[in-house]
Design a protein around this ligand. Structure first.
Ligand code: C2E
Ligand code: CA
Ligand code: CA
Length: 639
């Protein structure tokens, strides 16, 4: 499915217009060449005619002059025979019509007409002084006295015959030139057309896959929208792990993958629409015409299925699954921009809802997308202006009320949006990379607060800070952590970093190196949300960690559900020599069960909600008076 053949819904029309213009242009060129040659030829002819006439006149004048000299004596002596004899050589003058010699009184002395002019009517037809003949006179003088006159009438037929020859020659030349120019023009025209076609194809084709490129795809979108009663679907397709292939196997493999994906998509779509590549690993399909939404969805699902099969590349097999966002015209959008934006919103959902799936656009998604854009914009400002806050949730020994640690949790109270939950803005921060600045700010703030409690003589708990995968990938992250400790004066042993299974499994080697550096510095490490990811036991053994945090989703089910999982995690931790902390403990029964099962530490609303640093300091101060005095469920702000 090449761009040259598909992007335009009516490719013949534009090309037809162009060839008509080109044909008109070349006919014009030929006419111009002919006219130019004719004009030049006519100028030459006129010039030639003037020259010939002049030469004929000059020659006739010379002849008249010679005759005038020769007939002087016969005229003086009245010898007509001698005069006639003088005129006889004129029989060789081809143009001569008549030659006459008159005496001083104007009487005809002698006349001569060559044989051919004596045919009846010939003399009469050639009226001297017209275009057909000219008269040339020469006086006959003797010693300055005029004794007669010689008149020669010369026919211009010869000149005209010569002119006719010239004209015929000119016509032949023009015809020859035209015959020569037309094929040259035609050949040039063909070459220009070919070059134009190639340029046109280049401007509309993606060089890697041969599909319609972004420009051609959008052009076609607009053409479809311009059709009366046009109903069609737009699918935006994004490959789920193209970057990994490109990064690990190289760009050649990436291109090979793109070509293979393009072919798979093309096979599914067939004649049902246009396939274009609109970005690095982004494809678009215009399914047209499609009356039923379900028909377009079927095409989309067909593509997802086709791409769920591993693709064999030169360097090995890869799985290039795709996420697809779909929307319909005119149901979901009124303009091309809106249409692309709607499909993009659906695609975003597909990507963030687990990938390898199709998401059909719904109007409420736009609101969500707008909210997300607003969050991104406002969060950027909040990070820059330091408008975020950190709250601390206490962590306890399961059997007592002593605070052993706190978890630092970022808080954002927006003047108009109100309190925005971390579950909403942390993913945005992660996607946009803002998490690096945000996380660093939380880390520094947590170290400073914890060091402050210590300096205030409070029983100092360790402070746990959540780390995101993106932060860990930052080359400067290790240095940032050490710097935060150094700047705050917090002992390394009092800092704990919470990592998730999925981020550790993403790049195991890098993760292990990072963890070893942290442990070497004396920092504690725990695995957050344990049990929700897929960590392999082999890796768990290789990870230099201190603690597992049982995810809230398991704790919530206790004590009449999820016991097996909780018990398994506790046993696992014990086996690896790790401590266990259960998070999300909301009621007494859960706490009792966890304590009974051997879970050392707990964290949850039952014992303490996340609270501002000041509230936590008061709690720590109260604890100094005796652990039993510390009130459970403190931290009203986060309720
Ligand atoms: P998390 O790391 O699993 O944090 C624990 C979450 O559970 C917190 O939600 C906390 O308020 C909530 N929680 C604690 N005890 C209970 C309970 O008994 N019941 C219920 N229903 N919830 C409880 P929060 O503060 O909304 O944070 C949500 C997530 O946002 C965190 O999950 C963490 O993944 C992320 N997050 C928060 N602060 C940061 C941060 O500074 N950096 C990073 N990277 N992520 C953060
Ligand atoms: Ca956490
Ligand atoms: Ca957690």
């Amino acid at each position: 499915m090449s761009a040259a053949s598909i992007p335009s819904r009516n490719p013949g029309r534009r090309r037809g217009d162009r060839s008509t213009i080109r044909a008109t242009a070349s006919t014009g060129q030929v006419v111009a060449v002919v006219v130019a040659m004719l004009v030049a030829g006519i100028v030459v002819l006129v010039y030639q005619y003037v020259l010939l006439r002049q030469a004929q006149l000059d020659e006739a004048r010379v002849q008249a002059g010679i005759i005038a000299d020769n007939v002087t004596a016969p005229l003086m002596f009245g010898d007509r025979d001698a005069a006639a004899e003088m005129l006889r050589p004129l029989r060789y003058a081809s143009d001569l019509v008549s030659a006459t010699v008159d005496d001083a009184e104007g009487r005809r002395f002698v006349g001569f007409a060559p044989q051919r002019s004596r045919e009846p009517g010939a003399l009469a037809a050639l009226l001297p002084g017209t275009a057909d003949a000219v008269r040339v006179s020469a006086p006959v003088e003797y010693r300055g006295r005029r004794i007669g006159k010689v008149d020669l009438v010369v026919s211009t037929a010869g000149v005209r015959a010569a002119m006719l020859h010239y004209m015929a020659f000119l016509a032949l030349t023009v015809a020859g030139a035209v015959a020569l120019v037309i094929p040259i023009l035609r050949r040039t025209r063909t070459r220009v057309a070919q070059a134009e076609r190639e340029l046109d194809a280049l401007a509309h084709t993606d060089t890697v896959t041969g599909l319609a490129n972004r420009r051609a795809t959008y052009l076609r979108l607009e053409q479809e929208m311009a059709l009366p009663h046009g109903v069609f679907a737009l699918l935006l397709i994004d490959l789920d792990n193209f970057k990994t292939v490109n990064d690990t196997a190289g760009h050649a493999a990436g291109d090979e993958l793109l070509r293979s994906v393009a072919k798979s998509i093309g096979d599914v779509v067939g004649d049902a629409g246009l396939v274009g590549r609109i970005g690095g690993d982004e494809f678009a399909v215009i399914v047209t015409p499609v009356a039923q939404r379900q028909a377009a969805l079927d095409v989309a699902h067909g593509i997802v299925r086709a791409l769920s099969v591993p693709i064999v590349l030169e360097h090995g097999e890869v799985l290039a699954t795709a996420s697809i966002g779909m929307c319909m015209y005119p149901d979901d959008a009124a303009s091309a921009t809106e249409l692309v934006s709607s499909a993009d919103t659906a695609l975003y959902r597909a990507k963030h809802g687990g990938r390898n799936q199709v998401v059909d656009f719904r109007p409420e998604m736009t609101l969500a997308a707008q909210r997300r854009a607003c969050i991104e914009r406002e969060l950027r400002k909040a990070i820059a202006s330091g408008a975020l806050d950190v709250h601390y949730q206490p962590q306890f020994e399961s059997g007592g009320r002593r605070i052993v640690g706190v978890e630092a949790l970022v808080r954002w109270h927006h003047p108009e949006l109100g309190a925005v939950p971390p579950a909403e803005f942390i993913p945005v921060a992660e996607e946009t990379g803002m998490i690096v600045a945000l996380g660093n700010w939380v880390l520094r703030r947590a170290c400073r607060d914890a060091a402050g409690w210590r300096r205030a003589g409070l029983p100092a708990p360790s402070v746990a800070v959540n780390v995101s995968a993106r932060q860990m990938r930052e080359p400067a992250f290790v240095a940032d952590v050490l710097q935060a400790l150094a700047d705050s004066g917090l002992p390394a042993a009092q800092l704990e970093l919470e990592l998730t299974e999925s981020m550790l499994m993403e790049r195991v080697e890098t993760a292990i190196a990072f963890m070893q550096q942290m442990r070497a510095a004396g920092i504690r490490l725990s695995i957050d949300d344990f049990g929700t990811g897929y960590s392999s036991l082999a890796y768990l053994q290789a990870f230099p960690i201190n603690q597992l945090k049982i995810d809230r989703s398991f704790v919530r089910l206790l004590p009449h559900g999820g016991e097996a999982t909780a018990r398994a995690i506790i046993a696992l931790a014990r086996g690896f020599g790790l401590t266990v902390l259960a998070e999300g403990v909301e009621d007494r029964a859960q706490l009792d069960w966890l304590h009974g099962a051997g879970c050392e530490y707990v964290q949850g609303f039952l014992l303490g909600r996340p609270m501002p640093a000041g509230a936590l300091a008061s709690l720590l101060a109260a604890q100094m008076d005796g652990p039993q005095a510390a009130p459970a469920c403190a931290g009203a702000e986060d309720r």
